[in-house]
Each structure stands twice: as structure tokens, then as C-alpha cells.
Design a protein around this ligand. Structure first.
Ligand SMILES: [Zn+2]
Length: 446
């Protein structure tokens, strides 16, 4: 063996030893990091990355084919509710009422799988087109029965002269206005680039239908003359469920409610509306917030974790729960989450629909500002916070700005997990947790 050959193994040994020591020092540093994290006020058992992964898994589940867009009254919605119950149990959220996570209420629902559709267009040259439901058109308002044969009006000038005879008006997305709903208007066919899911039931009035932009162009070019429309919907007054859990606090006078609606607009024809931002985002947020609170310092007040149902039909679930809880505490503060964490979502809105919530808004804003989350205060009334302020409680909703950007709109099939910025969503969860700890002893009663 010559010297050169001896030197190489020594060199390799030194290099390996140095690398080993370096790796050890990294391990020591990261374990110090974990320990100090557990030592903070809001200690959590899971790392940031683990929490992000759970949020992502929950959202993938909620937006999956299995739940079919979570329309209230359908099996997909029930399954989503059962999933929430399982997650509440796993996290350690107690049932709100003895052993019960379900809070039942009644509302009118419809069944997309028990509906019938037919639409035929007759053109000036005598040719005909039988349209495909879910591809060429979908209903916007669901009337139990439609049976029509009417003249098509596509021209605003022509509309003025058509005061008699049953007509179907064809309009582009922006030109729709009240004047079009006249006594002889039996149908409105509205052009849409992306179909918009709306669970709206009506028992009388004109048929209100969304048509694909290609069908609109075809009707225009080939001069549509007449339209025949038939449809049937099965509707029912049904008992449906909110999912409500509770984290008991030391005192029982005041309560916090952290809520999000988990229902969405389901499916129509072959189209499914996944509802990732609306409101899968809020639903996964309340799960993360709850997990942080359950594993954090004991809370001063009872804190309810609420997955509301029936929001898309008109805030039915939150109204039922507001009515249930309103007299059970001397003060109730609601933080509702509806559509957050959107990529390019711009600012986060802090909305309350009554001036009594102004201080609550200001307090939430102070934490968002501290964490450098771009935000503003507003007064949008159409989310679940309204049900509580209506019944005299303090309530706000966190709602992302810029939800209806062309091609990324909520309530369209494009509202999928691709629109979600998980890091941003998690930041908002952390804001709500911080809010609860910082303001749990504050009273908003004047
Ligand atoms: Zn919605």
C-alpha cells in the first residue's frame, strides 16, 4: 500500500465526520424550534406543514365527486355532514347538545336527479334544434312545472312592440333588466360564459334559463323564431342538518361561535359545482381553527364550531341555529367564514350588517393588520352573520374580495381546489385563533 492510497480513506473519514456533526447540529436546532413552539400560548401538536396537509386533504374530500357539490337535501350533502361529524370527533370537539352533533331544521329542497328537461328551438328557415340540458342550457330558477311554446325576441327594439302574445326573451349577460319581466314574458334565456349554480325554487313566474354562449350565437345567426320548453322539478319540505360542536369554556355567560356553511349548489345535468372557495374554504378553516383551540390554552368561554347547512338557499341553517342559541348566553359573538384563501383574491373583507358590530370589526382588523393581511371593513349582508345580527347578537363574516372575476367565479364549475392558496387560507385561520385568545374577556355590550 502506498501513501496516496492511505490518504484517501482518511480524507473520506474526515468528510463523513464533519457532515455527520453538521447534520446533528441541524437536528438540535429544529428540535429546539419544536419545543419552543409547544411552549407558546397557542400550542399545537402538529407542525405548520402537517396542518396545511390536513387542510388540503379536507378540501379535496369536500370538493370530491362523492359529495356532488353538497346541495342541501341531497345524499352528497348528508355525506359531507357525516364527514364533518367524523372530523369533529377526531379533533376532539364535543357535541353541542348531549351526544348530538346534528341540529335539525326544515326547508324546501329540490332533487336534481328527479327533474325533467326539454327545450327545442325553431329557426326562421324551418330547421330545429333540440338542446341538451347541462351542455346548452341549465335552469336558473327552478319552477315545479314549465310548459311553453313562445315567440323568440332577441332584439331590444322588437321587445318594445311585443306587448301581446307569449314571448321568450333572449339576452346577453349584462343586458338583463326589470323591464323584460312583463306579463307576456314567459321565459328569459340568459347567455352565460360559465354556467352559474343557483339553488332557487319558485312556484310561479317566468322560466329563467341560462344558455351557453354558443347556443346564444346560433340563435342569433340562424334567427330563432320559436322555443318550446318543458320541465318538471320535484321539490319537498325536508328536515336537514347543521353540524354543531362545542369547546367548553371556564365561564358559561358568554359564547363565541366560529362558523362556516358547508353546503353548496350541487350539480345540474352533467355539471358539478365543487365549491372549493364557496365554502369548502370556510369549512376547512373552522376545522383547523377548532383543532388549534382544542389543543391550546383552556378557553374562558364556551366556543361553538358550526357547519351550517342551507346557506345557498337563503341562510336557513344559521337562522335556525341563531334562534336556538340566542337566549342561552348574555353575550354571543359570531365569527363566520365564507369564501377565503383565494388566489388573486385581493383583500379580505370583514363584513357586518349592523353598526353594533363596528368595534368587533375593528378588533378583527387590528389582528389582520398586525399580520400584514390586506383587508377592509364592509357591510355585505348575504352570509350567515346576518342571521345572528338579526337576532341581536354580535357577528361578522370574513369574505374574500374579487370572488366573481371572469373565468374564476364562485358558483361555477371552475370553483375548484386550483383556486385555493393554502398558505393564505391558513394565515386567516391563525388570525381567528389569535382573535379568540386576545378578545375572549372583552365585552361588546354597550
Ligand atoms: Zn355561495
Amino acid at each position: 500500500m502506498d501513501k496516496k492510497k492511505i490518504k484517501l480513506p482518511i480524507l473520506i473519514t474526515i468528510v463523513i465526520t464533519v457532515m455527520f456533526l453538521y447534520i446533528q447540529s441541524i437536528n438540535v436546532k429544529s428540535s429546539i424550534g419544536t419545543i419552543s413552539l409547544r411552549g407558546t400560548e397557542q400550542s399545537i401538536n402538529k407542525s405548520h406543514l402537517e396542518q396545511i396537509k390536513i387542510i388540503e386533504a379536507d378540501l379535496n374530500k369536500l370538493t370530491s365527486q362523492e359529495f356532488m357539490g353538497r346541495l342541501t337535501g341531497t345524499r352528497g350533502n348528508e355525506k359531507a355532514g357525516e364527514y364533518l361529524v367524523d372530523r369533529f370527533r377526531e379533533i376532539g370537539i364535543k357535541p353541542f347538545n348531549k351526544n348530538q352533533y346534528f341540529h335539525e331544521f326544515d326547508q324546501e329542497v329540490y332533487y336534481p336527479d328527479r327533474s325533467e328537461h326539454y327545450m327545442k328551438i325553431i329557426f326562421k328557415d324551418g330547421s330545429e334544434k333540440v338542446c341538451e340540458y347541462g351542455k346548452d342550457y341549465i335552469d336558473q330558477i327552478r319552477l315545479s312545472t314549465v310548459d311553453l311554446k313562445c315567440q323568440v325576441v332577441m332584439d331590444k327594439k322588437e321587445l318594445a312592440s311585443r306587448t301581446t302574445g307569449e314571448i321568450a326573451i333572449v339576452v346577453d349577460d349584462d343586458s338583463i333588466n326589470k323591464n323584460m319581466f312583463r306579463s307576456n314574458t314567459k321565459a328569459i334565456l340568459r347567455k352565460r360564459k360559465d354556467f352559474f349554480g343557483v339553488p332557487q325554487i319558485a312556484h310561479r313566474g317566468a322560466a329563467y334559463i341560462q344558455i351557453d354562449d354558443k347556443l346564444y350565437d346560433e340563435m342569433f345567426e340562424k334567427k330563432a323564431k320559436e322555443v318550446i320548453i318543458k320541465s318538471r322539478y320535484k321539490t319537498n319540505n325536508s328536515t336537514v342538518k347543521n353540524i354543531i360542536g362545542k369547546i367548553p369554556g371556564k365561564k358559561k355567560e358568554k359564547a363565541f361561535i366560529i362558523s362556516a356553511h358547508f353546503d353548496h349548489v350541487g350539480w345540474d345535468g352533467d355539471i358539478m359545482f365543487p365549491g372549493a372557495i364557496d365554502n369548502g374554504s370556510g369549512t376547512v378553516a373552522i376545522l383547523n381553527i377548532a383543532e388549534q383551540l382544542v389543543n391550546g390554552k383552556e378557553l374562558e368561554n364556551d366556543t361553538y364550531i358550526c357547519g351550517f347547512n342551507g346557506e345557498e338557499f337563503g341562510l336557513f341553517g344559521s337562522r335556525a341555529f341563531a334562534n336556538h342559541i340566542k337566549d342561552k348566553y348574555s353575550e354571543i359573538i359570531v365569527i363566520n367564514i365564507d369564501c377565503i384563501g383565494k388566489i388573486n383574491g385581493k383583500r379580505l373583507g370583514i363584513h357586518g350588517d349592523a353598526s353594533k358590530n363596528d368595534i368587533l370589526k375593528k378588533d378583527m382588523k387590528s389582528i389582520l393588520d398586525k399580520k400584514n393581511i390586506d383587508n377592509f371593513t364592509g357591510t355585505i349582508p348575504n352570509s350567515d352573520h346576518s342571521s345572528f345580527s338579526h337576532d341581536g347578537m354580535y357577528s361578522i363574516s370574513l369574505i374574500q374580495e374579487n370572488l366573481f372575476k371572469e373565468g374564476e367565479s364562485i358558483h361555477t364549475p371552475k370553483d375548484s381546489t386550483e383556486l385555493v392558496d393554502y398558505e393564505y387560507l391558513k394565515k386567516i385561520c391563525d388570525v381567528v385563533v389569535e382573535f379568540i385568545y386576545e378578545f375572549q374577556n372583552k365585552s361588546y355590550i354597550e
